[in-house]
Design a protein around this ligand. Structure first.
Ligand code: CA
Length: 341
């Protein structure tokens, strides 16, 4: 992955409270708040937690992201209490490329975008007052950038006893460009301009400089941070492990004898889809490339409300058995998620 990151104090602020990480295939942006030295320290703490807890090569990205956010939240709260920084907190947006998807973890109003064939897609939802109003259809998107309350964020790392990041994955292709940035960029430059300046005709480094320059030209009222990563090749997802392979192979022979399709269609396993628990029919294995499972539906159970243990189990796919067992397991997971809320 070709990548670059750039941060700039802007033209008005006396301190840069943004921080970033470019350790491809891991990218992150944090925009600290809290005045004095608190904001800068919060952002740096968040980035350090990302570096310490997420290894994109290591597997189980969703639980690693969850853990990194939990640790960042805890550490920032400790500093906040020790130093008396009452409003200390930070946004945190992380993108980790893993096989054929990018996993995103996100809290606050920094953003992750995907630029594909010149088309810009915002992957993250802004956790801000205006973001909520836009999502509810109560504010036109083009009014959001100039709204008097545009700086009010509804979620930050370090502001509450626990933090629940949005965690989801998005498929990637070669030649995709990932862009992470703080609101110092998106408050100054609209999406159309952003797409144009971030064009893949420029190297990540040149595009980042162009974007920062444009934000400064528009006033530079806030710190500006841009991180860009280009997807060059996409690794296919590895097949299920050897034990499952053998088990599925044996089953396949048994299945061929009779009742195969009925049985497969009434056997379930759980996975994660777009940050939610998903139900699949069949078996989570592909012996000899033969698909034995298929996606059935996405439930309303958000993995951010589940304990880490279950998230990492889900990443490895949980076999549940028949429809009755499925009902019980889903009820248990829903109960757990409800309690954690
Ligand atoms: Ca900012």
């Amino acid at each position: 992955m070709q990548s670059a990151g750039l941060t700039d104090i802007g033209r008005v602020r006396t301190e840069n409270e943004d921080a970033f990480l470019v350790e491809a295939p891991l990218l992150a942006v944090a925009d600290g708040m809290g005045g004095h030295a608190g904001g800068a320290q919060a952002a740096r703490t968040a980035i350090a937690a990302i570096r310490a807890h997420i290894n994109p090569e290591g597997g189980r990205p969703a639980s690693a992201i969850k853990r990194a956010f939990t640790r960042a939240n805890r550490t920032i709260r400790e500093i906040r209490t020790a130093e008396g920084y009452e409003h200390m907190g930070t946004t945190l947006t992380v993108a980790a490329v893993h096989n054929d998807v990018v996993w995103v973890g996100h809290v606050g109003d920094s953003r992750a975008y995907l630029l594909r064939d010149g088309q810009l897609t915002q992957l993250t939802d802004d956790h801000s007052l205006v973001g909520e109003l836009v999502r509810r259809g109560q504010l036109a998107p083009d009014k959001a950038r100039t709204h008097p309350k545009r700086n009010v964020i509804t979620k930050a790392v370090g502001s509450d006893a626990s933090v629940r990041p949005d965690i989801f994955s998005h498929e990637i292709r070669p030649d995709d460009r990932l862009i992470l940035c703080s609101d110092g960029l998106t408050g100054a430059v609209d999406d159309r301009q952003l797409a144009e300046l971030a064009s893949t005709k420029r190297t990540p480094k040149a595009a980042a400089s162009k974007l920062v320059a444009a934000a400064n030209q528009a006033g530079g009222t806030d710190n500006i941070t841009v991180v860009i990563g280009d997807i060059e090749t996409v690794k296919p997802r590895p097949r299920s492990n050897a034990a499952l392979f053998v088990a599925a192979g044996v089953l396949l022979v048994a299945l061929a004898i009779g009742g195969a399709y009925y049985w497969l269609d009434n056997t379930y396993y759980l996975t994660i889809s777009q940050g939610r628990v998903a139900v699949n029919r069949g078996l989570p294995a592909e012996p000899f490339g033969l698909r034995l499972g298929r996606f059935d539906r996405r439930t309303s159970i958000d993995i951010k409300n589940l304990p880490d243990y279950y998230v990492s189990r889900l990443e490895q796919e949980i076999a549940v058995g028949n429809a009755k067992r499925l009902k019980d397991v889903l009820a248990d997971l829903a109960g757990l998620a409800e309690r954690e809320k």
